[in-house]
Each structure stands twice: as structure tokens, then as C-alpha cells.
Design a protein. Structure first.
Length: 369
């Protein structure tokens, strides 16, 4: 930090000091400065308690507890000249303790902090709400934020913070540096993690990665379920000597298929989360040809359904290239207790579908040739 001399058009470097050298303490000075002017941390915050220690089953005490404009609790942990190596773990513990607080808990905490002042009025002023609309204030406490303040941060702290941000936790590090010049004292407060200008981008990027990880995890789980189900179905098909799918292998997809005798038509089992089905899928890579083949089957609709014994669903799929003829039933398919019933449904109805289509497939095949 430099002092500008306007007359001489020059700057003079201010001597950087340590809090210890200046005899400033963490609790009596640094904590009080932030409590009286929390906007030094780059945003509007409402301090609702200092030295908070009303955690169940522990005597631990956090430095400052605040609310942000979104109604999230903000845990502010201060260290004087050195962050120490355990401050991240310490703040995470406090955040976990605070995660159980309800809106009424937070109101009581703030009421005790103000003593004789009207806490509802103060909350209304902070959130920009008229007092008669106090109940509209949303203190959800869905996400707990962490702010770490220190003169210096150890590498093990910054490394842990960057990893936590990448996992979707909103955590910031502020470096505070005291200066002395001509018996005047100055304090520089600088957000170093994430860099202020890149904070929004970094938080969004971390959130996107977290969401993608959840998607990937969910997708992997679905793949495992499907593979396990197809394996069980195909083993049952072998036991019953159902030749149609005898050369088919398990898949991570929600469908498996096999040939029908017409190059562009395949019999398929489909295993969705909420239903199971059997179908004849028509796809020659040419939409007009697919519709022509579909219409050929449609001419024999009554005969096919009479032999199948039930009404089929005939889908031209106008918005897509392929067409299909299917029969399905609702199931909670990912519940393994339903698998035996689903397998029985699939095998029985695929056998009936193949039998009802066999003669028509021969005719269509000859017409195509």
C-alpha cells in the first residue's frame, strides 16, 4: 500500500506490519472491526452473534455468525497473523453445527445478540422488507457459507479451500494486512480465494461440475441396474430355450434387440424406470421407407392383434425417423423385487409378438425384395 503525495506527484510505501507488532488482538480488534463494518468483506452482511457457542454437545465457539442477503448463514472465522493449519476443519465443523438451525433458532440467536433492540425491525431493514411483511423474510439456511480471515494463509489451508470450492461449497479467504504511518493505522482487506473478479465464474463452474458429477453418478447407477437386469432376463431366456434372443448380450442401455427376418425390423425389449415393453422397431435409415414398411404391417393390424390377444400400440413417430409397434406395462422397474414379474411379462409377450408377426414379416420381406 502506498501513500500518494499530490504536491510532489509521488508515492511513499507504507510500512507493512503484523498484528502482533501493533499489539492488535484477534478477538478485541480484528473481530470487532469486522463486526462493526462487515461490508469490508465485500458485501452486505448482518452480524447476528459474536463468540457463538450454543452448539449441542460441544463447547466450541465460532468468531462471528452472520446472514447474507439470500438468507444464508455465514460463518466468519478470524485468525490474526497466521491462519494455522486447522482453520478449514474448524470452520467446516461450525458450518455443520449451524446447518440444523431453523428460522426460529436464528431469530433467537439474533435477539440475544441485540439484547434490548427490536430484532424484527433490524431484520426488516437488512432484507428491505416492511415490518408488516416480516413473515415474507426468507431465512432458509439451505446453504451455509464460510469466510476465513487472516494475515497469512498456509498452503494446506488454501489447497483445502480450493478443493472445497470445487465440491460446491461457498467458501472465501480474505487476507488482512495492517499498516502504520505517522502514528496512523490502516487495514487492507483483500479477497484472495476465489479472486473477486473471477468469483462468480468459479462458483458457477464448481456448481456445474458438481451437477455433472451427480448426473454421472446417477447414470452409472442406471447402467449397473440395467446390466444386471438384462443378465437376469437373458439367463431366463436360455433356461426356457427361447431362441429369438439366444445370441444377445447384456447391455448398459435401456434396450436390447435382435433381428426379425427383415433387415430393417428388430424385436426389442425396453426396460424403462417406470415401465417395461416389447416392440417391433422399424428403422431403415430412410423415413419414407420406414413408414411404407409400417403401413404394410398396419394393413394386417386386426389379424396381428387377434393373434397377439391384446391391443398393440402403433406408433408412426412422425417427429422421428423410425416407427414401432409395441406393447407395454407400468412397473417400478428399478425395484429388484419386481424383476421376476417383469421378466415373465417380457418373455411371454415377446413370444406372442414374434408368433403374431411371423407370417406378416415373411410377406413384407418378399415385397421388399
Amino acid at each position: 500500500m502506498y501513500k500518494i503525495n499530490k504536491i510532489e506527484n509521488s508515492i511513499t510505501k507504507l510500512p507493512e506490519k503484523s498484528f502482533k507488532d501493533l499489539k492488535f488482538t484477534e478477538r478485541n480488534n480484528l473481530q470487532e472491526w469486522i463486526a462493526k463494518n462487515p461490508s469490508c468483506l465485500g458485501e452486505d452482511l448482518l452480524i447476528i452473534q459474536k463468540e457463538f457457542q450454543d452448539f449441542d454437545g460441544t463447547n466450541e465457539r465460532l468468531d462471528l455468525l452472520a446472514l447474507d442477503k439470500e438468507g444464508n448463514l455465514v460463518i466468519i472465522e478470524n485468525k490474526r497473523d497466521d491462519s494455522g493449519k486447522d482453520v478449514t476443519w474448524q470452520a467446516l465443523k461450525y458450518a455443520s453445527y449451524c446447518s440444523t438451525f431453523s428460522k426460529s433458532d436464528i431469530e433467537k440467536i439474533y435477539q440475544r445478540f441485540l439484547i434490548n433492540e427490536n430484532y424484527k425491525k433490524k431484520l426488516c431493514e437488512f432484507f428491505g422488507v416492511d415490518e408488516e411483511n416480516y413473515d415474507d423474510i426468507r431465512i432458509e439456511n439451505q446453504h451455509q457459507r464460510i469466510i476465513l480471515v487472516a494475515a497469512n494463509f498456509r498452503k494446506e489451508v488454501t489447497s483445502a479451500v480450493l478443493w472445497l470450492i470445487n465440491q460446491g461449497l461457498f467458501i472465501q479467504c480474505f487476507r488482512v494486512t495492517p499498516y502504520e504511518f505517522n502514528q496512523e493505522y490502516f487495514l487492507n482487506v483483500e479477497q484472495i480465494i476465489p479472486i473477486k473478479e473471477a468469483q462468480e465464474y468459479i462458483v458457477k463452474l464448481a456448481k456445474k461440475e458438481q451437477e455433472q458429477n451427480l448426473i454421472n453418478s446417477s447414470q452409472k447407477q442406471r447402467h449397473n441396474i440395467r446390466f444386471k437386469f438384462w443378465n437376469k432376463l437373458l439367463n431366463k431366456i436360455k433356461e426356457e430355450k427361447f431362441e429369438l434372443f439366444s445370441n444377445t448380450k447384456p447391455s448398459k442401455d435401456n434396450w436390447i434387440n435382435t433381428g426379425s427376418g427383415v433387415g430393417f425390423c428388430h424385436y426389442a425389449f425396453v426396460f424403462n424406470k417406470d415401465c417395461a415393453r416389447v416392440e417391433l422397431y422399424i428403422d431403415s435409415k430412410d423415413k419414407e421407407k420406414n413408414e411404407c414398411i409400417f403401413d404394410g404391417f398396419l394393413e394386417y393390424k386386426e389379424k396381428i392383434e387377434n393373434q397377439f390377444g391384446k391391443t398393440l400400440i402403433w406408433e408412426r413417430l412422425e417427429e422421428k425417423r423410425a416407427c414401432r409397434i409395441k406393447y407395454e406395462k407400468e412397473f417400478d422397474s428399478y425395484d429388484e423385487e419386481n424383476w421376476d414379474e417383469i421378466i415373465e411379462f417380457m418373455i411371454q409377450n415377446m413370444q406372442k409378438l414374434e408368433k403374431s408377426m411371423k407370417e406378416i414379416i415373411r410377406k413384407i420381406n418378399l415385397e421388399l425384395k
